[in-house]
Design a binder for this molecule. Sequence first.
Ligand code: PLP
Length: 400
Amino acid sequence: DIELSHAVQRVQPSATLAVTAKAGEMKRAGIDVIGLGAGEPDFDTPDHIKEAAIKAIHDGKTKYTPADGIPELKEAICAKFKRDNGLDYKPSQVNVSPGGKPVIFNAFMATLNPGDEVIVPAPYWVSYPDMARLAGGDPVFVKCGPNSNYKLSPDALERAITPKTKWLVLNSPSNPTGAAYTKAELRALADVLLKHPHVWILTDDMYEHLVYDNFDYWTIAQVEPGLYDRTLTMNGVSKAYAMTGWRIGYAAGPEKLINTMRKIMTQSTSNPCSISQWASVEALNGDHSFLAERNEVFKSRRDLVVKALNACEGLSCATPEGAFYVYPSCAGVIGKTSPGGVVINSDKDFASALLEEEKVAVVFGEAFGLSPAFRISYATSTEALQEAMTRIERFCGSLK
Ligand code: PLP
């Protein structure tokens, strides 16, 4: 049998992809399962973006490009950072990768040595800890529960920093909780970070455009320009533009880091898909009016789901500022028994009994590092959500 690398033995497969795959299998077997696991919009990629891709094909833009992106897309990204975030970046400070995931992975590969620590507030997006491990570093978790609205507090950050800290990962709005940091909250974190100049900040702003109730969005390098020289501001087209399959993510930061990330790409993936890059130029430079319409729909689904979950026995759910997730606590069902005879000792038990007995797929909180809770993605049709909520309420009410 082949002997696996030490690096890969330190990581787990993605739990969210596993739940999505399981729900897909059940569906193909003819079972009426409602999947609330997947982290992607149910909306289609807007037509003007698709047209730009078709034009790129007809124009023969189908060859290799520079490894970390075409100049036109880097220009569009610089314009985006200026327009949305008031941040000045030059194209030489920009990296384009095949998705947001490789941006983060390459940043860690470029900088982490054995023993280096990456502070990851929990609950976290499933990939941060394992990417840090794959790159040879150690994730350091800071639990951020309902008492701090699932956000990192300045005190908790101060306590987590050691001489070995290399990165702090921030993700606002958050996957899995939807919580987003206000300008004042970022200001307070920035004050701590200013005291520790060896700590770099990776801010994952993937859900920037998915915020509700007129939330005032800020990113940390904008709040504190003194952190600009050690911040990697990351974003992408996957979520806001419903382009998960196109695989384009990007980031901007100091040139030395960006150049090193490019070096890794030249020896691994090479460039992201040329056609997707041209589509992304149109996404960033083109019409954004569809965003407000879609956010209205997301907001009404969020409200529907939060209200329904709070009506379930044993669950409680905060109202998040953004993204398309909620992260209800299921502390009140622990110790109970399902009609199928499953004793619910953990959120994992809850999620698997819910899938078996009511055919609703959610992701258990343990995968995100904060239990007992689970994640629901409400990026699915309102009808499906309503039916899922009926099933979850029935399930919770039937627990003894
Ligand atoms: N960051 C967060 C917080 C995400 O939720 C995701 C996708 O699930 C990503 C990054 C990765 O996005 P991409 O699909 O562009 O790799």
